[in-house]
Design a protein around this ligand. Structure first.
Ligand SMILES: *Cc1c(COP(=O)(O)O)cnc(C)c1O
Length: 386
């Protein structure tokens, strides 16, 4: 029942997908063949929150939706498969996934080592835990900071690669070695790269964490989070905590995420090709003093020269929308200092290069010429360099 520890459920349909299938085939077939009774090509949305029992001490495998849902199970099996993990979990948001990672895997009072330039919401959450005395949290800068901090024992290490919005890439395999030597587990927030570009578990990480609201879902129309673990024992801990605390993804949202995943690989190819064009254009423009693009995925940060008016730029864009998310088919532009990273103290963010003139683009799948033309005219409206 929902009150006891529930074993991790796998959907029977997944057994029909051979291990030899490559990523694009797995993605296109996410959710197919899940309903033998009708042959439905896509996954049925099972809204029932309760499931009838065949008899005393008997279950169809489904009792209550918080514990297990047939629609969510199909999604969770897909998430596990995409990352090469033993179990995947779908949650109500990326922040729920971050919180679950901490509470399921780091004992109360233990030491957490985290990058300082994490997603603003993750920074805020961890800072709050530290301020409340619930955990000892050390915020560090870059690989050098992680290496130094992991000379002392810890329970959990949380990183993002590339970092947001500074786009610094970290060597996951190296960080995993330091992490394990310190007796800790490594959680990698892989929201920006997705399993199409990077598979953290294969590089030694213990947990991959996602805001599935972003690229995984990909259409700016569903909020979700995901956690994938390598070790079955960790999976049991995550399952226990998730079933107990309740942030499991609902069936409608699970369906939307399944639907989004089918085109993930295609979308990432186009996001990346467009981002390359945009980065090239920005690098050649004297009104832009810095372009941060790691060469993969669709996220590009850049800094407007002094004298250029950020508000005028944001007011002028037409193909891009001034909005604070990323990873959807539509291009968005964000000003991290006042939006996603407003909770990071100004001195902290400026020290790592996040100035008020820094803008972050989520480059969508539109025509690259239209994207470049839009940026050019917005730069014209932003004025001239000081
Ligand atoms: C958006 C985001 C989150 C938080 O996810 P939500 O779905 O908004 O709760 C966490 N990490 C990164 C890198 C993000 O971009």
């Amino acid at each position: 029942s929902a009150c006891r520890t529930a074993p991790i459920q796998h959907h029977a349909s997944w057994a029909s997908r051979p291990d030899s299938w490559r990523l694009d085939t797995v993605l296109a077939h996410v959710g197919t063949g899940t309903d033998p009774a009708t042959g439905a090509i896509t996954t049925p949305i099972h809204l029932s929150t309760a499931f009838g029992h065949p008899g005393l001490q008997q279950s169809t495998g489904y009792d209550y939706t918080r514990t297990a849902s047939p629609t969510r199970d199909v999604l969770q099996d897909a998430l596990a498969r995409l990352d090469g993990g033993t179990a995947g979990f779908a949650l109500t948001s990326g922040m729920a996934a971050v919180q679950l990672t901490v509470t399921a895997l780091a004992p109360h009072g233990s030491r957490i080592v985290a990058l300082e330039d994490l997603y603003g919401g993750t920074y805020r959450y961890l800072k709050g835990l530290a301020d409340d005395g619930a955990y000892e949290v050390d915020f560090v800068v870059g690989e050098a900071g992680l290496h130094q901090a992991l000379r002392r024992p810890a329970a959990l290490v949380i990183i993002e690669t590339p970092t947001n919005p500074m786009m610094n890439e970290l060597d996951i395999a190296e960080v995993a070695r330091w992490t394990h030597a310190a007796g800790a587990l490594l959680a990698v927030d892989n929201t920006f790269y997705t399993p199409v570009i990077c598979r953290p578990l294969e590089l030694g990480a213990d947990i991959a964490v996602y805001s599935a609201t972003k690229y995984l879902a990909g259409h700016n129309d569903v909020m979700a989070g995901a956690v994938v673990v390598a070790d079955p024992g960790l999976g049991e801990r995550v399952q226990y905590q998730l079933n107990t605390t309740g942030a499991t993804l609902g069936p409608f949202d699970a369906f939307l995420l399944l639907r989004g995943l089918k085109t993930l690989s295609l979308r990432m190819q186009r996001h990346e090709a467009n981002a390359r064009r945009v980065a090239e254009f920005l690098r050649a423009d004297e009104r832009v003093v810095r372009v941060l693009y790691p060469g993969r995925s669709g996220m590009v940060s850049f800094e407007l020269a002094r004298g250029l008016d950020v508000a005028a730029f944001l007011g002028a864009v037409r193909v891009f929308t001034f909005a604070e998310s990323l990873g959807g088919v539509e291009s968005l532009v964000t000003c991290p200092a006042v939006q996603t990273h407003a909770d990071v103290p100004p001195a902290t963010r400026v020290a790592y290069g996040l100035t008020d003139q820094l803008l972050r683009l989520s480059v969508g799948i539109e025509d690259a010429d239209d994207l470049v033309a839009d940026l050019r005219q917005a730069l014209d409206r932003a004025g001239t360099t000081a």
